[in-house]
Design a protein around this ligand. Structure first.
Ligand SMILES: Nc1ncnc2c1ncn2[C@@H]1O[C@H](COP(=O)(O)OP(=O)(O)OP(=O)(O)O)[C@@H](O)[C@H]1O
Ligand SMILES: [Mg+2]
Length: 228
């Protein structure tokens, strides 16, 4: 039997209209590992996530997924506007009924918003609901595209806390993207830094911070100064 991995990327190349954007680029995540794909805007982070999620199959190389479901949380929450937050979750096959959806939302601090329509709640709340929707199917692998981008400081803190808590509980393998180095340090166990055109892996480093230390902005700042 092949050894189980959380995710194995062995990408030779990805182009758009003949222009190479990604690769060669290889890395493996262990089951339950959480890593951050760090790179500047426009480098190819979202592109790589959509290859992993299977939305785009036009690439050279192989991507080996773990058995089980794959969930993706997009930068835009992509909730159906004509459904409430709880309904948005409950209509996903395998997510359970409305009361389970409400319970998941309550864990994310959204008990009072469960029966609201997306446009009535903040972007931060929509993002948290989208994360609940992804977690509702107990994915083996969860992909999160810029989960903290364009949130105000209070929403950023709530989302960070929720990500830490939920990822700890689910044990899913997780790959999230960011262009923010401090955010990368604050969120994950491992930082995969990509750069260049086509983008390749420049650094693959464990986070120097323990999961507890990452809660302390001062420690994040110190690690940032030492690392970058
Ligand atoms: N469908 C597409 N067709 C053509 N080019 C594309 C397509 N999608 C992305 N690109 C190009 O590929 C490159 C990588 O884009 P991508 O969105 O993956 O970057 P990113 O790292 O996610 O950036 P950001 O941090 O701004 O989200 C960009 O130059 C972009 O213009
Ligand atoms: Mg992107």
């Amino acid at each position: 039997m092949a050894p189980m991995t959380g995710l194995t990327i062995d990408l030779r190349g990805k182009s758009f209209s003949g222009t190479p954007v990604l690769g060669p680029l290889s890395f493996t995540l262990a089951p339950g590992e959480r890593a951050c794909l760090l790179g500047p805007s426009g480098i190819g982070k979202s592109t790589l996530l959509s290859l992993i999620a299977g939305f785009d199959r036009a690439y050279d190389g192989t991507i080996a997924l773990p058995p089980g479901r794959i969930a993706m949380v997009f930068q835009a929450p992509r909730l159906l506007p004509w459904r409430t937050l709880a309904q948005n979750i409950a209509l996903i096959p395998g997510a359970g009924d409305l009361s389970r959806a409400r319970a998941l939302l309550a864990e994310a601090g959204l008990a009072d918003a469960a029966d609201q329509y997306p446009e009535k709640v903040s972007l931060g709340m929509q993002r948290r609901a989208a994360l609940c929707r992804a977690l509702a199917v107990s994915p083996a692998l969860i992909l999160l595209d810029e989960p903290l981008v364009s949130l105000d400081p209070a929403s950023t803190e709530q989302m960070r806390a929720l990500l830490r808590r939920t990822l700890d509980l689910t044990g899913a393998t997780a790959l999230l993207t960011t262009h923010d180095r401090r955010e990368a340090l604050a969120l994950t166990d491992r930082i995969l830094e990509i750069d260049g055109r086509p983008a390749t892996l420049r650094h693959d480093r464990p986070s120097p911070l323990s999961r507890d230390d990452r809660l302390d902005p001062q420690r994040v700042e110190t690690a940032y100064r030492e690392m970058f």
